[in-house]
Write a protein that binds this ligand. Structure first.
Ligand code: G1P
Length: 271
């Protein structure tokens, strides 16, 4: 059973400036809800019981969003607005399952994961990158089924065009499996077009083993001077850990860039 999920939220959000200059990008609204809510709901529907937010001291506003209930209480006391009562109940439900840890220096996704080392209890946990929204089909839920079947790590995969490979982590494939899954031979962070082993990209959903922490503790900085989760995953694959790629069925929306954010709003409003 996968019960814990982690969400790295310490990124500075430069690709969404000026919208992210005061408001953390994960609190920006998408069709009447904050973007982060879609990610939390994906976790809840997948059976996750505890969500760990990795924030920074510059993004305390995320904590406030779930903790400041004075206004809710005041309004509910004075007028019994059903919509507001329901929203308040929802926020209280979320608050109960969220824990916070801090990553005050943006040293990369691998470093963010390392900050959760002392809280992760089970052998495997889920990680969701909040810029990557997947709609129409719950990707985490499908990945957890794959995990239950193969008892291995699982990562989301999507085909991208050759000219865009340097934006993503890219897989090399060992063996095809049924139902759009494959065994991962390797993964490389943001390769140049000519060095890319495939056009299958890593999308931000990972079921990782607890043993990744051992690797992260020793992980040297990689591309761009950051500690990449991709490099720690490769280190585990080198030791014969099984990682499965899952070509997910849902629709991918990139909320981390301005153009993608605008498109996400349009797409989600049509559901
Ligand atoms: C991160 C990962 C990359 C992955 C991507 C998915 O990159 O490092 O391997 O393909 O998320 O969104 P970032 O978006 O932080 O540059």
């Amino acid at each position: 059973m996968i019960k814990q999920a982690i969400i790295p939220l310490a990124g500075i959000g430069s690709r969404l400036l000026p919208l992210s200059s005061v408001i953390p990008k994960e609190l920006l609204p998408i069709n009447g809800r904050i973007g982060l809510e879609y990610i939390i709901d994906e976790c809840i529907e997948s059976g996750i019981k505890e969500i760990i937010f990795i924030i920074s001291n510059k993004k305390e506003m995320i904590k406030k969003y779930f903790y400041s209930d004075a206004l809710f209480k005041k309004i509910i006391k004075n007028k019994k607005d059903k919509r507001i009562i329901n929203e308040y109940k929802k926020i209280k439900k979320y608050k109960k399952m969220i824990k916070f840890v801090y990553q005050n220096k943006p040293l990369g996704t691998g470093d963010a994961v390392l900050k959760t080392r002392k809280i992760i209890k089970d052998k495997y946990f889920l990680m969701l990158l909040p810029d990557d929204l997947i709609i129409n089909k719950n990707c985490s839920k499908s990945m957890i089924s794959v995990h239950n079947k193969y008892k291995s790590s699982v990562m989301a995969s999507m085909n991208v065009s050759k000219k865009n490979v340097s934006r993503w982590g890219i897989y090399s494939l060992k063996k095809k499996l049924p139902n759009n899954n494959f065994i991962i031979k390797g993964v490389v962070e943001k390769p140049k077009m000519n060095n890319a082993p495939s056009t299958k990209a890593v999308i931000g959903r990972y079921i990782l083993p607890k043993s990744i922490f051992k690797k992260l503790l020793k992980q040297k900085k990689g591309k761009g001077g950051e500690i990449h989760i991709t490099d720690a995953i490769q280190a585990l694959i080198n030791e014969n850990y099984k990682f499965i790629g899952h070509n997910f069925a849902g629709k991918y929306l990139d909320c981390g860039t301005m153009n993608g954010y605008i498109k996400s709003t349009i797409n989600i409003s049509k559901i």
